[in-house]
Design a protein around this ligand. Structure first.
Ligand code: UDX
Length: 433
């Protein structure tokens, strides 16, 4: 099958490369010449485990190519996926659909023959209708069907999530789109991955409902963690105790500094807006977004408390900057709010992250970056683990303590055991334990 992917961000690039790996002929299009030049040279614009190899393999097999020219790529395609960004619109939190609609206009003029146009970007309910209207307006004679096929992959596990999804959701209004969509996902269809065909608006809403539910689960356990600290309970045991109930499930019950990333913060806000605009406010999600927002700075204050209530002039070492491990993504990372809170209170911050330093430089001021966890910790008054990179799970804490000015460890991901750390002489603070 000939597939064209518009947009080479996380979703576009990973989906494009995976479709090629399924055996399809895929062309990835992006307006960003620098990005396309990088991809053509075999360099990845994002850090994602396994992606460079996947791209190289499919480029070598001539199934995957990159271009800035949309028209020829669209003309030859049977299916055109739109995987461009939908950032939060400044001011009101609605998803900004400028790029999606611009892509729709360009596709309208370029397509030839019956074409399935698929929105893979996370887009608010009704976007598919608008894409269809735009294309009709631009090209009244065009033969096409617009499909919603939201993507549920996680950063850091993107390739395996795409290839082994819990389900594939496909929203169609025109039956002619069904077969091409089954074809696009053929290997998964043959493997009996659940393929859920719904109406287009239902598919669009399913993505937001899924993300909002997961964000709610995290926020719930985070608030239970705060209560655990007050009443002397252990949140990890509570999470296990409730998670073994199949109706609840054990995943997404890790208490921590609050959710970040490119999806949950933006998608919860967009859902809140859609719900309010349609006179069906979802108050539980409104609360989740508000609680998560305050939590990040509260984690900064937790560090201050661990330092005896004052960090003025102190050096704080931060391990982990990205919003989660195995990515270089800093978007809405809790580390940003935590570091700014500490700086506002007079601390000097030194930080280390295995992949995120380059991105961090663009959002944070006055941070000294270290080359490894140990030099980061040298002379520090406190060590704070913000992101649970595997490399931080087996640190030589004895060596770290010897390097530090004061043995204060704040573990915002609960990756160490209180007893082990205390035995080394650390004053140890974690989340909900
Ligand atoms: C998420 C969804 O999981 C994915 O389905 C969707 O397509 C995009 O958004 P992603 O943002 O890549 O994926 O990361 P995810 O692993 O879901 O983590 C999101 C945030 O929640 C991170 O900041 C993470 O640290 C936090 N989190 C997650 C917790 O604090 N506790 C948990 O138990 C799980």
């Amino acid at each position: 099958m000939r597939i064209t992917m518009i947009g080479t961000g996380y979703v576009g690039l990973v989906s494009g490369a995976c479709f090629a790996d399924f055996g399809h002929e895929v062309v990835c299009v992006d307006k960003d010449e620098r990005k396309i030049a990088m991809l053509q040279a075999g360099e990845m614009p994002i850090y994602e485990p396994g992606l460079a190899e996947l791209v190289a393999r499919n480029v070598a097999q001539k199934r995957l190519s990159f271009t800035t020219e949309l028209a020829p790529a669209v003309a030859q395609a049977e299916a055109v996926f739109i995987g461009v960004g939908t950032p939060s619109r400044r001011g009101d939190g609605h998803a900004d659909l400028t790029y999606v609609y611009a892509a729709a206009r360009e596709i309208a003029h370029a397509m030839e023959g019956f074409t399935v146009i698929v929105t893979k970007s996370t887009v608010p309910v009704g976007t598919g209708d608008e894409v269809e209207r735009i294309i009709r307006e631009e090209r009244p004679d065009a033969d096409f069907a617009v499909v919603s096929n939201p993507e549920f992959l996680r950063e850091g596990a993107a390739i395996s999530d795409f290839k082994r999804p819990d389900r594939i959701v496909i929203g169609i209004e025109d039956e002619r789109a069904r077969e091409p969509m089954i074809q696009a996902y053929r290997p998964l269809h043959l493997n009996h991955s659940p393929m859920l065909f719904t109406g287009r608006r239902t598919a669009e809403l399913t993505k937001y409902a899924g993300n909002a539910f997961l964000a709610t689960k995290i926020t719930f356990i985070n608030e239970i963690a705060d209560l655990c600290e007050k009443v002397g309970a252990n949140v990890q045991d509570v999470a296990r105790g409730i998670g073994l109930d199949n109706r609840i499930g054990s995943k997404f019950l890790h208490a921590g500094p609050g959710f970040g990333g490119s999806c949950f913060p933006k998608d919860t806000l967009a859902l809140i807006k859609t719900a309010q605009d349609n006179d069906a406010p979802i108050r539980i999600v409104e609360t989740v977004a508000a609680v998560n927002d305050t939590r990040k700075r509260a984690m900064g204050r937790k560090v201050v408390k661990a330092c005896g209530g004052d960090v003025h002039g102190k050096r704080i070492a931060i391990l982990g900057l990205t919003f989660k491990p195995n990515t270089d993504d800093m978007r809405d990372s809790p580390a940003i709010a935590i570091i700014r809170t500490l700086q506002d209170m007079g601390a000097r911050v030194t930080a280390y992250d295995p992949e995120g330093i380059e991105q961090a430089r663009q959002v944070l001021d006055d941070v000294t970056y270290a080359d490894d966890p140990y030099s980061c910790t040298e002379g520090a008054d406190a060590l704070v683990i913000v992101t649970e990179w595997d490399a931080f799970r087996a640190l030589d804490l004895g060596r770290m303590k010897a390097l530090m000015k004061a043995p204060v460890l704040v573990d915002l991901r609960n990756i160490y055991r209180a007893d082990d750390v205390a035995a080394l002489g650390f004053s140890y603070t974690s989340v909900g334990r």
